[in-house]
Every structure is written in C-alpha cells, then in structure tokens.
Write a protein that binds this ligand. Structure first.
Ligand code: ZN
Length: 106
C-alpha cells in the first residue's frame, strides 16, 4: 500500500516523503489528490486534452519558475498536474506514453 504526504500531494512507496522527508502518517486513499507531473504550458495543454479524453479528472496549477523566468522571460510558465490517487497509475501511463512518443519524434 502506497503512503501519502498531504503536504506535498505525493504518493510514494518509501517510509518517508521523498520531497519533504517527513515520515508518512497514512496510506494513500482513493480520493487523495496526487502530484502527477509538471509540464511547460504547451505540453500541459496537450496532456490536459488526453486526460479529459480518458475521463480522468485532474487539477492544474500554474507555476512560474523563478529561475526559468529570469532566463526565458516572464512568459515562461509551467503547469502542475494533480490527479486522484485512484487514477494515478493510469494517468502516469498516459504521461509515459505521451511524452516518450513526443520525445522520439524530436
Ligand atoms: Zn511531503
């Protein structure tokens, strides 16, 4: 059973959260919102479409990477995706397929 960190919105298999290093307090529940991936806006739009096509509800959070904004200008933006734990495995598969395929085209 995977553990869950409510602070980082992360499910993981270790004893401690890999991000904040807190010891996990509870198991991941089906309705826990879990961090899926972070993508640049152009790829984020594509991923949102595919998740919707697969009937996977998700939350998007837009972030400005401070370091990247300095390099790439203020328009640089990334999208963080969160899905419910019960959809996490399926959503991860979609991310893998989607972005390994697009990487192969480059
Ligand atoms: Zn954490």
């Amino acid at each position: 059973m995977a553990k869950y960190c409510g602070k980082c919105f992360l499910s993981f298999d270790d004893e401690r959260c890999p991000v904040c290093k807190r010891k996990s307090e509870r198991n991941a529940e089906p309705d826990d919102l879990c961090f899926l991936t972070e993508k640049e806006q152009i790829w984020g739009g594509m991923l949102a479409d595919v998740l919707a096509q697969n009937n996977i509800p998700f939350e998007q959070k837009s972030t400005m990477g401070a370091g990247m904004a300095l390099r790439a200008g203020p328009m640089f933006e990334t999208i963080r995706f969160y899905v419910f734990y019960r959809h996490l495995e399926e959503a991860r598969k979609i991310v893998d397929e989607l972005f390994s395929a697009s990487a192969a085209q480059e």
